[in-house]
Design a protein around this ligand. Sequence first.
Ligand SMILES: *Cc1c(COP(=O)(O)O)cnc(C)c1O
Length: 374
Amino acid sequence: MQIPFIDLKSQYAHIADDVQAAIKTVLDHGKYLMGPEVTQLEQELAQYTGAKHVITCSSGTDALVMALMALDIGPGDAVITTPFTFFATVEAISLLGATPIFADIEAHSYLIDPVEIEKAIKNCPSHLTVKAIMPVDLFGQSCDYEEINAIAKKHGLHCIADAAQSFGSTYKGKTCGNLSDITATSFYPSKPLSCYGDGGAVFLNDDELATQLRSIRIHGQSFESKYVNQRIGLTARLDTIQAAILLQKLPLLDDELSKRRQFATYYDQKLGSLVERPLINPERVSAWAHYSILVDDPEALCEHLTKHSIPFARYYPVPMHLQAAMTHLGHEKGAFPVSEITADRILSLPLHPYMTHEQIDYIVDKVEQFMVSR
Ligand SMILES: *Cc1c(COP(=O)(O)O)cnc(C)c1O
């Protein structure tokens, strides 16, 4: 049985003609950057999320960097975030010279723990000023935004949601992109809504910040004249071709999200109490970027899965405070125990909208075989 970890080829087969026609349209009109497809995509994404402004950009990482730049966050500032995430979250903060301050995750959801955020704010070293909270919607489930926004408000902080994995998720009936001050997402090929290369977007309701972000995206240009640069910016546009591709994929998203949910539920039923996994809060609908489980010896399970040609990923075996690039922060093992134990035990199984129940039966069968042999 051939099981892809994420199946972009099957998705492409459904939309190949439309995608090729959309790319050809761009090649013909020749507006390779900031073409009409970019504007149309931003309008459709605004409609989908309910966010007033959508600024597409070159990647999820750049979306985070742009959000931090628009808020003037830099040296001497601290941003509270989770140690259990993809490196880009802390990379963006560090790139601007700000300091990531970690707050451990909840043991049941693997998402940043609001109680730990409060502690991190209280214990922030006096030479730093906490400016923002950057929660991460890991594996597709949104964080507890009501709680986190209340903490942000109480302390006068911004909340920048790293929603790279959660586009299409909902929280208490509200859509991702409209749950905090600023939301950043990614259209990297393995994300729930993806393009055929790198891409991302920032979502927000604030007019002034939106203007800043549009300027930052293009070298800090002024809108009166492209020869006037008002600030230091980036080259962070989304290619028109990628926008054209996303316009073809967006109409598939809701159906794909519902299939991801169905397959995740099927995994849940089949796995029963065999392995631990993150709990999804009943008031949140996950975008199911990844289906992850916890086992005591993930490396041994990886070997077993490889033997049976089942692909897997380890999202993420090294928490951020223990990353080589973060040693200057001076954290030791044991500093964020919930993240560490989760990282030690985590493993993600194949999940995408184009799988079959038979494939899940086969995968669960092999996981079960491994578990009973222990
Ligand atoms: C993928 C990802 C990013 C970065 O997105 P890119 O488009 O690859 O730059 C940031 N944060 C998280 C949590 C991610 O999963």
